[in-house]
Design a protein around this ligand. Structure first.
Ligand code: GDP
Length: 474
């Protein structure tokens, strides 16, 4: 299939969802029952078209993934650590687990773009503090494999802090600040993807940047043997199986500061919609079996288990997950190894779900969504190869903290119907701020400087790419 065919196929799917969001914001619930069935039926037929090339898509995405993983492995295991070019990243950003993994991912992007081995300084990691200096990486290594088998030493003959200075290449070791403190911003920062991969990725995946970040976080989070055992034990204990919907409810310290409160019932509307879809899919396959409505629930607010879950259990949903989780989210505290394992387990099992319902304002769920793009094994017959559309976020669209502008291109013109809407001319560049999930997105028309609402179906994504040294032919 050509790139245009794949883009068109995916655009139809995106716009089926946009149309549905528009209708559900305008229409009463009795009409929506029929609209929902029409949507599921359209998605079933689109799935048939998609599955025609499933094996091709799977094998192409697999080779791309192998290419990226092998390149990272090569970069991280130089034959001589003493003379290797290095980039040093401090794992002490004052934030939660998802945020810290994203900080490391940002460092890895720099490493890949400049072809420097990434050295992580995990001393004082708040998630697994080790007292003695000699066991710096012990905390990290109790859950993840080391980033290198040959090179963990940050020393070098010359060392400097990162800047855009032209002679930077001549230094052996570079210290990287956090993304928020960068004084100049190289063009390879997210949402850019490596130009060496871009045409394949645009053809194969609905969100190339999410796939690319997924590859990076999956390298960073390669579980240690103990962690692998722990994940498998817990999966057995929960009787984790597919199809399953992952629900992440982020509350505690996030509410009122960075996100709004959403009751579980809001998330469950989209879980219901997903399972209604599977029921219709089964009918179309002439299979009368109803799918068990399994939900993996991850949350930092354990009161949900006691207070909100029962209503939906009574409606036939089955919830699995750790209801004993302690509330661990307060910033500035150190965490026990148990809470570290628990958050990793939650991210892991969310990423192995067939569909995610959460708030993308949380790094935990964005991380799960990124990793989800790398999960190709063991999923149900309904699982898609390209999982970019396998989510519903109650708030933000996907973003990478500290990203450069997220732009779209107008493919249809628009004349405002009211004061909140803005004009679009074909070809206008719009900086998108969010999707209101009612058919409209909000953004800034960079050509007219107008800020406001526009119909999402009138735009397409503008995908940026940049040169990454790591992908230069050897
Ligand atoms: P954000 O604040 O939600 O954007 O994500 P961060 O990862 O930066 O910080 C959230 C922290 O809250 C995590 O590191 C966890 O310690 C805790 N947390 C949030 N959601 C969950 C969850 O579903 N399960 C567990 N075990 N912990 C969570």
């Amino acid at each position: 299939p050509s790139q245009e065919y794949e883009l068109t196929r995916r655009r139809i799917e995106t716009n089926v969802h946009e149309l549905w969001h528009f209708l559900r914001s305008k229409t009463n619930s009795s009409i929506m029952q029929t609209v929902n069935e029409m949507k599921h039926n359209l998605l079933y037929d689109l799935g048939i078209i998609e599955n025609r090339d499933k094996h091709w898509r799977e094998s192409e995405l697999k080779s791309l993934s192998e290419l990226v993983q092998n390149k990272i492995k090569e970069l991280q295991n130089p034959s001589s650590c003493g003379s290797a070019q290095k980039l040093v990243c401090q794992l002490n950003k004052g934030c939660g687990f998802g945020c810290q993994i994203h900080h490391l991912a940002y460092c890895m992007i720099f490493s890949m773009a400049t072809k420097r081995t990434l050295i992580m300084n995990a001393h004082n990691w708040r998630y697994a503090h080790s007292k003695s200096k000699s066991s710096e990486a012990k905390g990290w290594n109790s859950v993840f494999l080391p980033l290198s088998e040959t090179c963990l030493d940050e020393s070098g003959s010359t060392r400097v802090s990162w800047s855009s200075a032209p002679d930077l290449d001549s230094y052996q070791v570079i210290d990287l600040p956090i993304i928020d403190s960068l004084r100049s911003r190289p063009n390879y920062l997210p949402l850019s993807i490596p130009e060496e991969l871009s045409s394949s990725l645009i053809q194969l995946h609905g969100s190339p940047i999410v796939w690319f970040i997924g590859q990076i976080v999956s390298y960073l989070m390669r579980p240690s043997p103990e962690m692998t055992d722990y994940i498998n034990q817990q999966k057995d204990r929960f009787k984790f199986k597919t199809p399953i919907v992952g629900v992440h409810v982020r509350r505690t310290d996030k509410i009122g500061t960075e996100a709004a409160f959403h009751p579980l019932s809001e998330y469950m509307k989209f879980v219901a919609d997903y399972y209604d879809r599977l029921d219709l899919f089964n009918e179309r396959k002439q299979n009368n079996k109803k799918v068990e409505r399994l939900v993996y629930l991850a949350t930092d607010d354990s009161s949900l288990w006691a207070k909100e879950v029962k209503e939906f259990e009574d409606k036939g949903y089955v919830f699995i997950g750790d209801s004993q989780i302690s509330q661990t989210a307060s910033i500035g505290r150190r965490y026990s190894i148990d809470s570290l394992r628990n958050i990793i387990l939650d991210v892991w099992l969310l990423s192995e779900s067939d569909f995610l319902v959460c708030t993308f304002s949380s790094q935990v769920c964005r991380l799960a969504y990124e990793l989800m793009q790398t999960r190709t094994h063991g999923n149900s017959q309904f699982a898609k190869t390209d999982k970019s559309s396998a989510f519903y976020s109650l708030d933000d669209i996907y973003y990478f903290g500290g990203q450069t502008d997220h732009n779209q291109i107008a493919v249809l013109s628009h004349t405002p119907h009211n004061k909140q809407e803005i004009n679009l001319k074909i070809g206008d560049i719009i900086g998108i701020a969010g999707n209101h999930w009612n058919g409209f997105s909000k953004g800034l028309n960079r050509n007219t400087k107008e800020n406001g609402l526009y119909p999402g179906f009138k735009t397409i994504e503008k995908i940026e790419s940049a040169h990454f040294k790591l992908f230069e032919p050897n």
